[in-house]
Design a binder for this molecule. Structure first.
Ligand SMILES: *[C@@H]1O[C@H](CO)[C@@H](O)[C@H](O)[C@H]1NC(C)=O
Ligand SMILES: *[C@@H]1O[C@H](CO)[C@@H](O)[C@H](O)[C@H]1NC(C)=O
Ligand SMILES: *[C@@H]1O[C@H](CO)[C@@H](O)[C@H](O)[C@H]1NC(C)=O
Length: 228
């Protein structure tokens, strides 16, 4: 994945521009834990947009291990010709939970991911259709590549809309309009719950640097608006 000037500026919000390691296909917000702290749980609620066409999109909530986001406990939904729901501890494979939590446009979905400070060998992902009370709780083992769970840092709280590249070509984004994460909060290891204020923002970008989204962070939520 290439880095564009714009995302370098965005990453510059944080002193260490460690964000550069992940791809440029995501719009949304990342809150970094305060010095000496880590996250034990992150939650957010969104309404599933009406999506159509061949291009793929995911909407998810996560705890990223570091700002590089190479180990990520996450849950959410994916559109790829149809709507599915998933839980995963990246880079291990996703668990498809659609049979427990089927998804339709207009559904209100709440995702909560939790990783206890005392024992990081198991993460929990809860995906819930709040209106209909359909819920899946997945208990996931640490990804195979992590040798020592106690070394995980749980530094990042993530709320993302992710587009996908097509054979290295420009990002193809289905029309999603505006996606808003509400009831966004994250709990620190010391028990304090914080809102998204202060989170850094990311935008979905094409390989030519074209920007496809505009993210805004407010005390009560995160909005990702599609451009053009
Ligand atoms: C993950 O999925 C890929 C592709 O389907 C498969 O080849 C691989 O074995 C899976 N890995 C695990 C750990 O299940
Ligand atoms: C989820 O909730 C919506 C209402 O927001 C409802 O129309 C839909 O049928 C529910 N889906 C499932 C799978 O329960
Ligand atoms: C937890 O840590 C945060 C950030 O360091 C701090 O603002 C908060 O006061 C702490 N809460 C408690 C209960 O110690």
């Amino acid at each position: 994945m290439r880095f564009s000037t714009c995302s370098t500026l965005v990453a510059g919000l944080f002193a260490s521009s460690a964000f550069a390691a992940f791809d440029q296909n995501r719009g949304g917000a990342v809150l970094k834990a305060p010095e000496g702290q880590s996250f034990t749980s992150v939650t957010g609620t969104f309404t599933v947009p009406t999506l159509s066409g061949p291009n793929k999109l995911s909407i998810w909530v996560a705890i990223g291990d570091t700002l590089e986001q190479d180990i990520v406990l996450k849950g959410g939904i994916t559109y790829s010709n149809g709507l599915t729901s998933f839980a995963s501890w990246y880079p291990d494979n996703e668990t498809d939970i659609t049979s427990d939590v089927p998804i339709k446009a207009g559904d209100s979905v709440t995702v909560t991911v939790s990783l206890p400070e005392a024992d990081k060998s198991t993460g929990t992902v809860v995906v819930e259709n709040t209106t209909q009370n359909k819920k899946s709780t997945q208990t996931l083992p640490i990804p195979a590549k992590v040798e020592d769970p106690s070394k995980l840092t749980s530094l990042a709280a993530d709320w993302f809309v992710q587009a996908y590249q097509n054979a290295g070509e420009l990002v193809r984004v289905p029309r999603f309009g505006t996606i808003t994460f509400t009831k966004t909060s994250a709990t620190l290891a010391n028990g304090t719950t914080v809102g998204p204020t202060g989170a850094g923002t990311f935008e979905i970008q094409g390989t030519s640097g074209q920007i496809y989204s505009r993210t805004t962070v407010a005390a009560n939520g995160i909005t990702i608006r599609q451009l053009q």
